[in-house]
Write a protein that binds this ligand. Structure first.
Ligand code: BGC
Length: 312
């Protein structure tokens, strides 16, 4: 049996036809067009499903990974800030476009399930995935099962508070992990450093790459720039704090990073491994430690994991 996985993002709707063994058989993506409103977005998801479901093979269902609080039992997306969905009955809206059974879940939860089953967490007892993109998302897979919590709202890792009365977050709260460790936060901090340090190489690096992005501070640091080094250092410290909290709560076998910022690879992983281990509870006496890794499936984790929501 095959399944359709949809990764619904603020920018694109990515879809794939996936085998029960996690192999992608066909892919199709289109822009989300959040500006058109929730019903139109549901219709566009229907278009992607239609492209993937040509009746040639048996399809057991559709799984949709969506940012925010997603309640699979009722089919309602309670709150997805970057899609402008508030109490949107996504399953009913999708019913108009497909007769296949529809399963819903959080986007980062789906990615975590994909990685746990077929990527960096394959064979591990437990896996946590943290996505460092526009927002910070996360999923916890314990003993092969996704932790969804009451009404599906668990694992909002990005909204764990790491600084009391800290930076404002898009969710309306303050001091969230996302407000320090997302690519958005990294860009904000890079721009602040540029304003405070007109002499910094950050300006030249940004100009060479067509503007400030998540790489700017890392590139400036490579050239020995002081302001860039400080931005990266602060970023890694905040990430260390959030990841240490996750290790202390779950002690997963694998803790893996994905999303744009994770492309920094060893520049992130090496200091994180050292610092998170140093600061985790009882680490001096532990016989085994959480392995901090990079995810291996890239964007495919989202669609494969979403398809697995339908398989499960
Ligand atoms: C949302 C999460 C989502 C993550 C990545 C966060 O802002 O709260 O639900 O998984 O962004 O899209």
């Amino acid at each position: 049996m095959n399944y359709i996985g949809i990764d619904l993002g603020g920018t694109n709707i990515k879809g794939a036809l996936v085998s029960a063994e996690g192999e992608i058989l066909k892919e199709h993506s289109i822009p989300t067009r959040v500006d058109l409103g929730p019903e139109a977005v549901a219709e566009r998801i229907g278009q992607v499903i239609a492209q993937l479901f040509d009746g040639e093979c048996a399809v057991g269902g559709v799984g949709v990974g969506c940012p925010g609080t997603v309640d699979d039992a009722s089919g309602i997306v309670r709150f997805a800030a970057n899609l402008n969905f508030v109490n949107f009955d996504l399953r009913s809206a999708l019913r108009a476009h497909t007769a296949l059974p529809i399963h819903l879940g959080n986007d980062a939860n789906a990615a975590a399930l994909g990685e746990a089953l077929f990527g960096c967490g394959r064979g591990a007892e437990s896996t946590i995935v943290v996505t460092l993109g526009t927002g910070v998302g996360g999923g916890v897979v314990l003993g092969g099962k996704l932790l969804t919590g009451y009404t599906g709202a668990a694992s909002e890792i990005g909204h764990m508070v790491i600084a009391e009365n800290g930076e404002e977050c898009t969710c309306g709260s303050r001091g969230c992990f996302e407000a320090y460790s997302s690519a958005t936060a990294l860009i904000r901090d890079t721009k602040r450093a540029m304003a405070a340090h007109p002499e910094s190489l950050l300006h030249a690096v940004a100009a060479e790459h067509g503007g400030v992005d998540g790489r700017t501070a890392f590139l400036a640091r490579e050239r020995g720039d002081e302001a860039g080094t400080q931005v990266v250092e602060d970023y890694i410290e905040h990430l260390t704090c959030g990841l240490t909290n996750l290790v202390n709560i779950f002690f997963p076998e694998v803790l893996a990073l994905s999303g744009g910022v994770a492309n920094q690879g060893d520049a992130l992983l090496l200091p994180l491994r050292e610092r998170v281990r140093e600061r985790s509870f009882g680490s001096r006496y532990a016989v085994s430690h959480t392995r901090i890794e990079l995810c291996t499936l890239g964007y495919r984790a989202g669609v494969i994991g979403a398809a697995m929501l339908a398989r499960e």
